[in-house]
Design a protein around this ligand. Structure first.
Ligand code: MOS
Length: 758
C-alpha cells in the first residue's frame, strides 16, 4: 500500500501530520479511563439474562458480602433521578434501574462498586434475579414484532416522499427490476472500551467518559440528576474510536454518578466488550425493496425505495436513508417509504454513515442490477442518469462532482480493461471480478463557538469543546488558526474534549471540520481585525497603510505593497500582551434560537437536504476488484480505488486516512461484519472480537484514495464538506457488483460469505 500522503491539489491544505500523532503512537494520549484518579473505586455492571419480562426478585446479599464490595446500585436506587430520554443526546428512554421492566437481553440490573476491579467483577457475578418472563421478539420476522411507519413517529425522520407519478412511470417502463436487499445487525467495536468515571467535589460533578458530545451530555446528565448544568463537567480529551457509538449518552453515566455520590468516592466503570453489545448502541438490521424502471436508452423514469429498520420496543430510532437515495439520480419519479419494526432489543443508534451505509448499499446494488438488465456499462448508466437538479424538490446541488470522481477513479483503476462478460476474467484458480458504486454523504454544519488567543510571541491557543474522535479535527483546527494568523503550526495549541470549553456541536454527521473550522476562522478574523486596526492606526508600525488589504504571515502583519511589521511590534504599539477573541458561528439559515440551542447542547444541523437554496452533498466513486477462488470460493479484495470530492480539503493526509478507513470498514460490511442473533432468546451470540469479524491487515491490500478538487463557497465559510463518513458508503455495493461480475451470483443480503458462492 502506498503510504505517502497525497500532494495537495487546488483548494487543498497541506498534509501536516496530526498534531497529536506523537502522543497517540506513544500511548501518551490517555483515554478517559486512563486518566489517573485518586482513591477511585471500581464499578462493574450486572445485566439481565432474559430479554423480556419483569424482575420479581433481585438477590444482592451474596455480592454485598464479598470482600471489598462497597455498595450496589440497583433497581429502585434512582430516587430523585429522572429517566433518560431518547433523542439526539440520549441513546434510549430505557432507564434500567428506574423500574423492573426488562426491555432487552443484557439490560443493566445493578452496578457493583468495590475496592478493586476484580472484587467488583466477582460481586457482579454473585448477583442473581428471578423474572416473570415473556417470549421476546428478536427481529423483523418474530411473532410480536410491531411495525409502524417512521413518518410522524420519530423526531429523527422527516417524511416519506412521493414526487411525480411513480406507479404510472414504473408500470410503463421498458426495463425494470423489483428486488429486496438486507443488511445485518452490526456492533460497535472501537478499540477503546466504553467507560464512565464519576467524581464529586461537593455538589460539582466531573465525568471522564469518551464522548462525541460533551456539551449535550452535560445538559442531559444535569437534567437526569436534577442538578444545575453549571455543576457538571464532561471531560473526554482523547477517544479510541467513536463512529457514533459515543454520540448519545447511555443510562450508565447517571448510574455511575449516583454510585459515586453514595460511596463518596470517585467510581470508574469500564464496560466489558461483551456487555457493550447490549448496553451501547449498534447499527440495526435493515431491509429494502427497490423498484427501478427505465427506458431502453437507460434513462430512469421511476424509482421507489422502501426501507424497514429494527428498533427497540419503546424508542423510534430510525435512519431513513431515503433522503439521500431519493436524491441520488435523475429518476423522473420518486416514491419512498420507511417503516420501523419494534422488537425486544436494546435501542440501536448511529454507526458511521448511519442512513447512507445501508440504504445506499441497497440502491447501488440495484443500480448494478439495472445496468445488467439494460446491458449497459454501470459507469455509463450512472452518467446517463446524472441530474441537473435533485429530483424530489427540484433544488440545485451546491456542487456535485460525481462524474468527475467516476472518471478519475475509473482511469486509476483501469476500468477499461474489464471484460463486461460475467465470469470472463480469470487468473489461474481465481475468478476476477470488478465492480463499482457511488458514495454520497450530506454536507452539514452546526453552530459552534471557539476561543482563539494570540500572544505577542506568536503563540496561539485555540479552545473549542469539540472532540478528537480520531478524525484529525484538532489538527485541522490548528491549521486553520496557523494559516489565518500567519504562524507556524507548532505554535498553535488546541484544547478540545471538555464541556468547560466553548460549546461545539456533537461530533457526528461529519460536521466537525466545517463547524469547528468556521468558528475558529471567525475568531481568527476578529483577532486579525484588532491587530490590523492597531498596526495601520496612527501610532501603529504600519501607520497610513489602511487596514483593508493587510494580511498575516511569518509572524508579521504585511501590506500589499510589501511593508511589514512584526507581531511583537504591533502588540507593543497596542500596549497589550495578548488578543483573545470568542466567536460564535451559525450556519446560513440558522433559526433565531440557534445559538441558544448550542449552549443547551442541541446544536441545529443545517445543510444536506434541509436548506432552501440548494441541497448539499459530498460524492465519491469506488471501484473494487475481487478474486474468488474457483474451488474454495474464498473471497479476497486485492485492490480498491476511491475518488472523492468534498469541497475544501483542509489536510490531504487526514482526509485520506478518513476515506481509506471508511473504505476498509466497507470491506468489513461487505464480507465480515454481522451480529448473530439467537432468535429464540433475542440474544446476541458473537459478542467478542473472536467471533464478531472485522477486517484485519491480511484482508486489506491496495487502497487508493484520490482527492478530486472541488470548490464550494455555498456550504459554509470554510468551504469544507465533511468526509469522515463518506468513504464507507457504497463500498459494500461495489464488492457485491464485483462478486456478481466474477461469478454471476447476485448477493443481496450482507455480508457476502463463502457459503453464498458455493
Ligand atoms: Mo457519526 S455515526 O454521525 O458519529
Amino acid at each position: 500500500m502506498n503510504q505517502a500522503a497525497p500532494a495537495p491539489k487546488e483548494n487543498m491544505g497541506n498534509p501536516i501530520p496530526r498534531v497529536d500523532a506523537g502522543l497517540k503512537v506513544t500511548g501518551q494520549a490517555g483515554y478517559p479511563a486512563d486518566l489517573a484518579v485518586a482513591n477511585v473505586a471500581y464499578g462493574v455492571l450486572a445485566t439481565s439474562n432474559i430479554a423480556k419480562g419483569r424482575i420479581s426478585a433481585l438477590r444482592l446479599d451474596k455480592a454485598r458480602a464479598m470482600p471489598g464490595v462497597l455498595d450496589i446500585v440497583s433497581v429502585g436506587d434512582m430516587d430523585g433521578v429522572d429517566k433518560p430520554k431518547f433523542g439526539n443526546t440520549g441513546a434510549s428512554s430505557i432507564g434500567p434501574l428506574h423500574d423492573r421492566t426488562i426491555f432487552h437481553d443484557g439490560q443493566i440490573i445493578a452496578l457493583v462498586v468495590a475496592e478493586t476491579f476484580e472484587a467488583a467483577e466477582e460481586g457482579a457475578m454473585q448477583i442473581s434475579a428471578d423474572y416473570t418472563q415473556e417470549t421476546p421478539s428478536a427481529s423483523f420476522d418474530s411473532a410480536g414484532a410491531e411495525m409502524e411507519p417512521a413518518a410522524g413517529k420519530s423526531p429523527l425522520f422527516k417524511e416519506d416522499v412521493n414526487a411525480g407519478d411513480f406507479e404510472a412511470a414504473y408500470s410503463t417502463a421498458a426495463v425494470k427490476i423489483d428486488q429486496t436487499y438486507s443488511t445485518p445487525t452490526q456492533h460497535h467495536n472501537p478499540i477503546e472500551l466504553f467507560s464512565t468515571t464519576a467524581m464529586w467535589q461537593g455538589d460539582k460533578l466531573t465525568i471522564y467518559e469518551p464522548s462525541q458530545n460533551v456539551t449535550g451530555w452535560k445538559i442531559e446528565l444535569a437534567r437526569q440528576l436534577n442538578i444545575d448544568p453549571v455543576n457538571v463537567r464532561i471531560v473526554s480529551p482523547y477517544i479510541g474510536g467513536a463512529f457514533g457509538s459515543k454520540g448519545p449518552m447511555t443510562a450508565r453515566t447517571a448510574i455511575v454518578a449516583v454510585a459515586a455520590r453514595r460511596v463518596r468516592r470517585p467510581v470508574r466503570c469500564v464496560v466489558s466488550r461483551m456487555q457493550a453489545f447490549n448496553t451501547q448502541t449498534y447499527r440495526a438490521e435493515t431491509r429494502h425493496r427497490i423498484r427501478i424502471g427505465a427506458g431502453k436508452d437507460g434513462r430512469i423514469t421511476a424509482f421507489a425505495h422502501e426501507g424497514w429498520e429494527v428498533t427497540s420496543r419503546p424508542d423510534p430510532y430510525v435512519v431513513g436513508g431515503t433522503s439521500a437515495t431519493g436524491r441520488m439520480y435523475d429518476y423522473g419519479s420518486v416514491l419512498t417509504r420507511v417503516s420501523l419494526v419494534h422488537a425486544d432489543r436494546n435501542t440501536p443508534g448511529y454507526m458511521r454513515s448511519p442512513p447512507e451505509t445501508p440504504y445506499v448499499y441497497a440502491l447501488e446494488n440495484a443500480m448494478d442490477e439495472m445496468a445488467v438488465a439494460l446491458g449497459m456499462d454501470p459507469v455509463q448508466f450512472r452518467r446517463i442518469n446524472e441530474p441537473q437538479k435533485e429530483p424530489i424538490g427540484g433544488k440545485p446541488f451546491s456542487s456535485r462532482s460525481l462524474i468527475n470522481c467516476y472518471d478519475q477513479a475509473a482511469e486509476a483503476f483501469g476500468w477499461s480493461t474489464r471484460d463486461p462478460a460475467v465470469g470472463s476474467m480469470r487468473d489461474g484458480d481465481w475468478l476476477v471480478g470488478m465492480g463499482c458504486a457511488t458514495a454520497i454523504y450530506p454536507t452539514a454544519a452546526a453552530p459552534c463557538a471557539a476561543r482563539v488567543r494570540l500572544t505577542a510571541d506568536g503563540q496561539v491557543r485555540v479552545q473549542c469543546g469539540s472532540h478528537e474522535i480520531g478524525t484529525g479535527v484538532r489538527t485541522v483546527a490548528a491549521q486553520m488558526a496557523a494559516e489565518r494568523l500567519g504562524v507556524d503550526i507548532d505554535k498553535v495549541a488546541v484544547e478540545m474534549g471538555d464541556s468547560a470549553l466553548p460549546p461545539a456541536p456533537v461530533s457526528g454527521g461529519s460536521i466537525s471540520t466545517a463547524s469547528v473550522c468556521s468558528a475558529v476562522l471567525k475568531a481568527c478574523e476578529a483577532v486579525r481585525e484588532k491587530l490590523f486596526v492597531a498596526a495601520a492606526g496612527n501610532d501603529g508600525p504600519l501607520a497610513g497603510s489602511g487596514n483593508a488589504k493587510l494580511d498575516m504571515t511569518n509572524e508579521k502583519v504585511v501590506t500589499e505593497t510589501g511593508k511589514s511589521a512584526k507581531l511583537a511590534d504591533v502588540f507593543k504599539a497596542m500596549q497589550i500582551g495578548a488578543i483573545e477573541e470568542y466567536a460564535e458561528f451559525a450556519p446560513n439559515g440558522s433559526s433565531p434560537e440557534a445559538l441558544k440551542k448550542l449552549y443547551a447542547g442541541q446544536a441545529e444541523f443545517h445543510g444536506g437536504d434541509q436548506d432552501k437554496d440548494s441541497v448539499k452533498y459530498a460524492f465519491g466513486a469506488e471501484f473494487v476488484e475481487v478474486r474468488i477462488n474457483s474451488y474454495t470460493r474464498e473471497i479476497r479484495v486485492p485492490r480498491m480505488v476511491g475518488a472523492f470530492a468534498a469541497g475544501r480539503i483542509m489536510n490531504t493526509r487526514t482526509a485520506r486516512s478518513q476515506l481509506m478507513g471508511g473504505m476498509i470498514w466497507g470491506i468489513g460490511q461487505a464480507l465480515h461484519e454481522a451480529t448473530e442473533i439467537d432468535q429464540r432468546h433475542a440474544r446476541y451470540v458473537n459478542r467478542d472480537l473472536q467471533d464478531y469479524l472485522v477486517p484485519v491487515n491480511a484482508d486489506i491490500k491496495a487502497v487508493d484514495v484520490i482527492l478530486v478538487p472541488e470548490v464550494d463557497h455555498e456550504v459554509n465559510p470554510a468551504g469544507v464538506k465533511g468526509l469522515g463518513e463518506l468513504g464507507n458508503v457504497g463500498t459494500a455495493a461495489a464488492v457485491a457488483s464485483a462478486v456478481y461480475h466474477a461469478t454471476g451470483r447476485r448477493i443481496r443480503d450482507l455480508p457476502i460469505r463463502i457459503d453464498d458462492l458455493i
